[in-house]
Unconditional design. Structure first.
Length: 163
C-alpha cells in the first residue's frame, strides 16, 4: 500500500487507552504497589490474589486472577522497564518462561489535569493475538481493567479530599 506505513507487529497487537481523571503520578502509583494493584486489576467481576510482588526491573508479580465463574487463572508478570511516571514495560504470561508470554507497554501522558493511559500489547504471533481477542475478550477486558483503575483512583481522590 503506497504511502501507508504499518507498524511492525501491528497484526499481533492490541491497543487499549483511556483518559483517567487524575494526575499521572497518582495513576502511575496505582501500578507500583500491590496494595493498589490488588484492588483494581482485571476485568469486571475478577479478583486478584498475589503470591509474590516486587516493583523493580527484573522483579515479578506472581498472582492468581479469580474469574466470576470461579475459574482461577495463574498469571506472572516481570517488569522490563520502569520510567516513573511516564512508562512501564512488562512481560506477561501464565508462568516464568511461558513461550506464549506477551509484551505490554503502558504510557502515562498528561492530558490537562487528567492522564491519558495507553496500554499497547504485542503477542508473539498473530494467532495468539487473535485467540486473546476472540476467546479471552482481551480488548473488552483491557477496557474494563482501565475503567476499574479510573474508578479506583477517583475513590482515592475522593477519600483524600474528605480526610
Amino acid at each position: 500500500m503506497a504511502g501507508v506505513e504499518q507498524e511492525a507487529g501491528a497484526d499481533r497487537e492490541v491497543v487499549v487507552s483511556r483518559v483517567i481523571d487524575a494526575p499521572r503520578e497518582l495513576v502511575f502509583e496505582a501500578f507500583t504497589e500491590v496494595r493498589h494493584l490488588s484492588q483494581w486489576w482485571g476485568p469486571e467481576g475478577f479478583t486478584t490474589t498475589t503470591r509474590a510482588f516486587g516493583f523493580r526491573v527484573g522483579e515479578v508479580w506472581d498472582f492468581v486472577m479469580h474469574g466470576p465463574d470461579g475459574t482461577d487463572y495463574s498469571e506472572w508478570i516481570t517488569w522490563t522497564e520502569i520510567t516513573p511516571p511516564e512508562r512501564i514495560a512488562l512481560l506477561h504470561g501464565e508462568h516464568r518462561d511461558d513461550p506464549n508470554a506477551f509484551e505490554s507497554v503502558l504510557t502515562f501522558a498528561p492530558d490537562g489535569a487528567a492522564t491519558r493511559l495507553v496500554m499497547r500489547t504485542v503477542f508473539p504471533t498473530r494467532e495468539l493475538r487473535d485467540e486473546a481477542v476472540e476467546k479471552y475478550h482481551a480488548v473488552e477486558g483491557g477496557r474494563q481493567t482501565l475503567n476499574n483503575l479510573a474508578a479506583y483512583v477517583a475513590e482515592i481522590i475522593r477519600n483524600g479530599a474528605e480526610g
